[in-house]
Structure formats: structure tokens, C-alpha cells
Ligand binder design. Structure first.
Ligand code: ADP
Ligand code: ZN
Length: 734
């Protein structure tokens, strides 16, 4: 007789934060494993869930009798082999306990949509197949004609080829007729990767070799690779990867933005061919599904991807690489909260493998840990061909003599610089860290300002779609011809963004080819890749964009970088504002002068004396680190303390205030000596996506003391229905 299994099954349900599996029985002939999917009945619905626990019971009747509620049988087992490994199941458990993230949310962050625990009907996995010609016997070469021989030579190593790739029907038929091959349906990879042109594998420079040696000889496992922009960090990653793959271990290569995956993928593809998979949120669900299954089947040795790829189900990890370690995009700052760096550290420990974090401008946290020797500190202090860092000029936009008179958004200096590059057929990057055409629209007559109905912040004007857009919640409305308040006809545009810069430049330089790269463009799938490829192929003269243009890219023909609104980020009341501004400027300045022509950077700002701008322009990380660490120490902010944040949201403002006050008081009482409790604070915007918000900030030194108390408090808070409460450990946005 079949055994009776008691299965703990994780399904999607309303009270997700309860993090509780449901119990089902199974009595079939299969042997269930943790991490497989099963179909289960749940309140008149059929759901797909994951098995997270298994027990065998002797007497089902006795068990049923002792249970307060009836235990149902699962409907069906869906997988032969687990989708979630023991490692990932443990990761979910520990992360949920440590970081207070919901387990179901984490599962959804780590899995492709078609493998989500979900309603059965929603997104059932779909596998696509294609025909492959699989060779079972060797032909007698002498009997082949020239063409057939060529075909044979091209497939003889792999012994298989997509029928699609043999253009000749006759050749296929010949191989089949001779009994040399058969046709099989094989799971198809829908992601059609078109590699970008990349440099051939170089010989490592002395500095690069030194870094590789240090890593190989070290007894430590975690490294910070601090390398100036253009110092050749990528080649270090590739060399380390090669070593690890030779030992039959796998590599995770994480980059901070989807826009950086094609180039990194191309490098890995060049070295490792089909053994590389790609994972990021820009793939279609079908592509993601296929890539995920290739990894599960053990076909790939490298996964290249953005944030969520840190959960890639690679087995036998030998190396984790986190490029541009300082990037804030590594923190998912909405629920489920997680930081790719924290996950990297966790997985590194699990596999006892190496982790290398690289950056020209490391986060203060990581740099401070390297200082203390918790991570080994490695440096690449020169550019690869010892090119000098770019010459930079800071232009004070308060001084009217600096202005060009054209729209007053460009300084004369910047226009001269652009003009020169256009003449010399060199390329220009302009950083404008604000999307859209205008920051806001105001009625000239009555000063009515268009605001977002759900966030109450000013709406930005986007010319391309002739609409008003909220940059917080993406609310969209068309721009009316007149003021809704006084019917005035004159609507003024205030403040500028990327669109306006592009259109002004186009008027100034009608011959130039100008492109824009920001998240508005990025929402059009594969567009960033195309734009970056065109820019690489020198089909674009000037690239205007938000911080997307600042990171990682390597375009040797760029000799001028312009920064407009350099101080934009400094006006935000946030302890990280200076660090962000410094990083952004240092990074974007680092995009120029990477080839053989020297580079120049021109930085427009109304705060020319601020140290974030001055030191960013010089890419002087060491001085910035020293100065900023003093600030942080003085104000007791990370890395000298840690933060946690409660966010409370509700439609009912009065109730919200009441609950927020009550919670603040109770936290103060319970966390005395352990954490400083600051709040309730009103975040900006206060009203977001239809609900009011309040925040309470905790500043603490020892998480071991705080965590157990939060563990008892937090579950109780989740049961409130009218006020939703989320807890974010190490939040970026406070
Ligand atoms: P980083 O990431 O440190 O800013 P990259 O990895 O983009 O720098 O490298 C900068 C440039 O130097 C790239 O164009 C790369 O092809 C080139 N490069 C790197 N290593 C070498 C080497 N050993 N020999 C020649 N060129 C190299
Ligand atoms: Zn809004």
C-alpha cells in the first residue's frame, strides 16, 4: 500500500505575511520532495503551491480525527524534480525571519511568473519545443558528397543541430534516410541572444594579474575590488569566472541595471558560448521560464542578470560577482524587501565560495567593512592604458555670465564643448537626472498647479506623449488646453528634464543625431539595448539620459560628459543624498576619456562648492570617504548605526495618525536601550497611490538585540485590517 504523506504546502493567500504553509495529504505512488509544485484545493479554488515540508504518517484516520479541521488531499503532483532547491527554501525561511519579508513575496521575486505559486488557471507553465536533428551514427565519409560532408563537419562535435539551422531540406532528409540521425522535439530557448561586438580576450595587465593572484592566494572569501573607472574590472571578473568554470563550478554575475546585461552577457557569451543564461525582469515570461529551466537542468555555468538574478537556482556555486556594488538598485525597496548584496553574502556562505564586489565608488558600508578587514580590500588604481582621468570644469550656474542665453539651461562652456566634439566626430554623454520635458505646469493667470490626484505632488509634462505624468505613481493624464481652475490659456512649463534637453539640442544642432535614454524609453522593451548598441556603433552623436547613462558603460569614443542639474540630488533631505550625488557624478565623469583621446567633463550646478560635487568631479573617492564618514559619525547614521523602518498606510488619516502614535510609543517603551525610535514621520509624498503614509525610523547598533523583539511585535501588527504596516530592515528610502 502507498504511504500517506503529510505535506506542508505554500500557497498564495490573503494573509501573506502570516508566512504559514497549509497541510495536505498525499497517498499516490510518487515520492514527493520538498521544492516541487502541487495542485491543491483551497476554498473552492484550485491553486498551485510549493511543498516546503514532508512527513510520513502511519494512521491517517487517527490523524484526521485528532485534527481540528479536515485535512484535504492534494489534487496532483506537478513536478518530478524540485524547482526550489533546499538552498533556496532555506534562504526563504531565513530571509523571512531575519528581514521580515513575506515568504510568498520572496518566492515570487525569485521565480519566473509561470512558476509562481498561484491560481492554477492564471499562468500555467508553457514549454515551447523545436525540432533538432540528433545524430546517432557516424556516416561513412567517402559516401558523402561535398555539401553533405560540410554539413557533417559542422555538426560532428555536437552531434545535434536545430533543423531550423540546416537550411537545406534535402540534407536533413539524407541524414534521416541513411539512418544516421533522428528528429527529436527539444525544449526551445525563446530568448534569442544577439551578442554585441566585444573586444577579443586581452592579456591581463600587471595590475589585473596582481588582483587575480591576490584573490587566488587569499584565505579570505569576500573581496571589495575598488577600481577607478576604466581600470578593467570586467576582465578580472571574466578571468576569475574562467578559473571557476574549469573546476566545474558555476558563476553568478550580477549587474545593477538591465541596460548593462547585454554587454556583460556578450563578454560571457564570447568566452563560454551557450553555457550562459540571462535573467532579469525585462525578459518576457516565456523567455524567463526557458532560461530558468535551462539553469535548473544544469545546462549553464554562468548566469548574468540584474537584481533578482541573485536568486538564480545555480547549483555548486563557485563565485559570485556583484558589479557596481554601491548601486541602490540592488535594494528592492518595496515589499518583499531584500538587498542583492545581502543575498550574495548569504549564498556565498552557503556554498562556501568567493564573492567579489566591484566598484569605483564603493558604498560607505562596504568600504568601511573592507577597512576593518572583514572584506579583503583590492585596488586597481590606474586606468587600463594609464589614460589620465578626465579634465573637469565646474560651471557655476548662478553666475549669469556663464549662461549661453539659449533657454538658459546650457552654459556657454558646455555648448562650446559639444560643438567641438561634433566637429571632431567624437561622442558626448549628457546626464540630466530628471525625466520628461518640464518638471511642472503652472497657470500664468491664477498659479494653478497640476498635481497628481493620488500623491498630490506636481505632475511632470512629457512632450512625447503630450501628457502629464506623476513620477511617484505613474498616474497619467492628458494636458488640457486651458487651466481647469480659471480657464486661462497660458500654461507655463517650469523646470526641465531629458526631453527638453534633447529638443533644445536638436534645434541648436540640427545635423547631430541625438538620442534619449531614461526609464520612459526603457519601458519600450529592448529599446535601451538598441540605443546603447547604436551609440557604441557611433550612429548617435549625443546621448542624453538619466542615471542610466552614468553606470558601467565603456564607450571609448566619448570625450565629453556634461552634467546638468548636478545638485539635483542634494536638495533631498536624506542622509545618503551627498553619497548618491558624489557617486553619480564620479561615475558619469568616468564615462569619458576611456579611449585614446583625453576626456573632458563639464558640470553645471548652482552649488559649485559642495564637496560631493567638487570631489565627484575629481573622482576623489578617498577624500570623499574620509569626509563623509566624519559626517555620518557625527550624525550617527550608517555605517555607524543601522536603520529599520516601519511604514504605515491607510485610507483613514485620523486612524492612521492614532495607530502611528500608539506604535511609536510602544516601540519607545519596548526598545529602550536597544534602538532610538524616531517618528512618526510624514514621508514625501504623504499621500501615495490612494493611501496616506506614516513612517517610524529605528536607529540601532545591534540587530541581535532588536530582531527578537521585532519578532514578537511584528506578527501582531499584521492583523490590523484598516492600517497596513510593513517593516523594512536597512531601508534606502527613509
Ligand atoms: P571598469 O569596469 O573598471 O570601468 P572596464 O572593465 O569597462 O573598466 O574596462 C575598460 C576598458 O579596458 C575596456 O574597453 C576593456 O576592453 C579594456 N581592457 C580591460 N582589460 C584590458 C587588458 N588587459 N588589455 C587591454 N584592454 C583591456
Ligand atoms: Zn501620483
Amino acid at each position: 500500500m502507498n504511504k500517506t504523506y503529510l505535506l506542508e504546502v505554500f500557497i498564495e493567500h490573503q494573509l501573506q505575511q502570516l508566512n504559514r504553509p497549509f497541510t495536505y495529504t498525499y497517498q499516490g505512488s510518487l515520492i514527493p520532495e520538498k521544492g516541487i509544485r502541487v495542485k491543491v484545493p483551497f476554498r473552492q479554488q484550485s491553486l498551485i503551491g510549493y511543498v516546503t515540508g514532508i512527513n510520513v504518517i502511519e494512521d491517517i484516520n487517527a490523524y484526521q480525527a485528532s485534527s481540528p479541521y479536515p485535512i484535504l488531499n492534494i489534487t496532483e503532483i506537478l513536478d518530478e524534480k524540485p524547482i526550489l532547491s533546499a538552498e533556496l527554501l532555506l534562504l526563504v525561511d531565513e530571509l523571512a525571519a531575519q528581514q521580515f519579508s513575506s515568504k510568498i513575496g520572496l518566492l515570487q521575486a525569485m521565480l519566473p511568473p509561470s512558476l509562481f505559486p498561484s491560481k492554477q488557471s492564471q499562468r500555467s507553465p508553457k514549454v515551447a519545443y523545436e525540432d533538432w536533428l540528433i545524430f546517432t551514427n557516424e556516416p561513412v565519409i567517402a559516401k558523402l558528397n561535398a555539401k553533405q560532408k560540410n554539413w557533417w563537419i559542422s555538426v560532428k562535435d555536437n552531434k545535434k543541430i536545430r533543423t531550423h539551422d540546416i537550411k537545406s531540406k534535402a540534407a536533413i532528409q539524407f541524414f534521416l534516410d541513411q539512418g544516421l540521425a533522428k528528429i527529436e522535439k527539444v525544449e526551445k530557448r525563446r530568448f534569442d541572444f544577439k551578442p554585441l561586438k566585444v573586444e577579443a580576450k586581452p592579456i591581463l595587465s600587471m595590475d589585473q594579474q596582481e588582483v587575480v593572484n591576490q584573490i587566488n592566494l587569499s584565505s579570505q572569501k569576500i573581496f571589495l575590488l575598488e577600481g577607478v573607472t576604466g581600470s578593467g574590472k570586467t576582465e578580472v571578473y571574466l578571468t576569475l569566472s574562467e578559473q571557476v568554470i574549469k573546476e566545474n563550478k558555476t558563476v553568478l554575475m550580477i549587474v545593477p541595471e538591465i541596460a548593462l546585461t547585454p554587454i556583460m552577457m556578450s563578454y560571457y557569451h564570447q568566452r563560454f558560448g551557450e553555457k550562459v543564461a540571462i535573467l532579469h525582469s525585462g525578459l518576457t515570461p516565456a523567455e524567463k521560464f526557458d532560461e530558468y529551466r535551462r539553469i535548473l537542468r544544469g545546462e549553464v555555468f554562468v548566469v548574468v542578470g540584474a537584481r533578482s538574478a541573485i536568486f538564480a537556482p545555480l547549483k555548486n556555486l563557485g563565485l559570485i560577482l556583484l558589479d557596481e556594488e554601491h548601486s541602490e538598485t540592488y535594494k528592492q525597496d518595496n515589499s518583499p524587501y531584500y538587498h542583492a548584496r545581502e543575498i550574495a553574502l548569504w549564498r556565498r556562505q552557503f556554498h562556501n565560495c568567493q564573492l567579489v564586489m566591484g566598484s569605483a565608488t564603493p558604498s560607505l558600508e562596504t568600504r568601511a567593512r573592507a577597512q576593518k578587514g572583514i572584506y579583503q580590500h583590492l585596488r586597481l588604481s590606474k586606468r587600463i592604458f594609464e589614460q589620465s582621468l578626465p579634465k573637469t570644469t565646474i560651471v557655476d550656474m548662478n553666475q549669469t555670465q556663464n549662461l549661453s542665453g539659449f533657454d538658459s539651461i546650457f552654459s556657454q562652456r558646455l555648448l562650446d564643448g559639444i560643438q567641438l566634439r561634433l566637429q571632431q566626430k567624437e561622442q558626448v554623454i549628457l546626464l540630466v537626472n530628471r525625466r520628461g520635458y518640464a518638471q511642472s505646469i503652472v497657470c500664468r493667470q491664477c498659479e494653478f498647479r497640476f498635481t497628481c490626484p493620488s500623491c498630490q505632488v506636481s505632475l511632470a509634462y512629457h512632450a512625447q506623449i503630450n501628457s502629464l505624468k506623476c513620477h511617484y505613481c505613474d498616474h497619467l493624464e492628458s494636458l488640457p488646453h486651458q487651466c481647469p481652475s480659471c480657464q486661462g490659456q497660458q500654461l507655463m512649463k517650469e523646470g526641465f528634464g531629458t526631453e527638453k534637453v534633447v529638443s533644445s539640442l536638436q534645434r541648436l544642432y540640427p545635423e547631430a543625431i541625438i538620442a534619449r535614454l531614461d526609464t520612459d524609453m526603457a519601458s519600450v522593451r529592448s529599446n535601451p539595448t538598441q540605443i546603447l548598441k547604436k551609440f557604441q556603433d557611433k550612429q548617435i552623436d549625443i546621448l542624453v539620459g538619466t542615471q542610466m547613462v552614468a553606470k558601467g558603460h565603456d564607450f571609448p569614443n566619448v570625450t565629453l560628459v556634461g552634467v546638468m542639474l548636478a545638485d539635483l540630488g542634494l536638495h533631498v533631505p536624506h542622509y545618503r543624498a551627498t553619497e548618491r550625488t558624489f557617486q553619480l557624478i564620479a561615475q558619469v565623469v568616468g564615462r569619458t576619456g576611456r579611449g585614446f583621446q583625453p576626456g573632458e567633463a563639464i558640470i553645471q550646478t548652482t552649488m559649485p562648492n559642495h564637496y560631493a560635487i567638487q570631489l565627484g568631479a575629481k573622482q576623489d573617492y578617498a577624500s570623499f570617504y574620509n569626509q563623509e564618514m566624519k559626517e555620518r559619525k557625527l550624525r550617527q547614521y550608517p555605517p555607524f548605526t543601522f536603520l529599520a523602518r516601519f511604514e504605515l498606510t491607510s485610507k483613514d488619516q485620523n486612524l492612521l495618525d492614532e495607530v502611528a502614535l500608539e506604535l511609536t510609543q510602544s516601540l519607545k517603551n519596548q526598545l529602550e536601550q536597544i534602538a532610538e525610535v524616531i517618528g512618526p514621520n510624514i514621508p514625501y509624498p504623504e499621500f501615495f497611490a490612494g493611501v496616506f503614509r506614516r513612517r517610524i525610523l529605528l536607529k540601532y547598533k545591534k540587530y541581535q538585540l532588536l530582531q527578537p523583539i521585532l519578532q514578537t511585535i511584528y506578527p501582531l501588527l499584521l492583523t490590523k485590517k484598516t492600517v497596513k504596516i510593513l517593516l523594512n530592515i536597512d531601508p534606502y528610502d527613509i
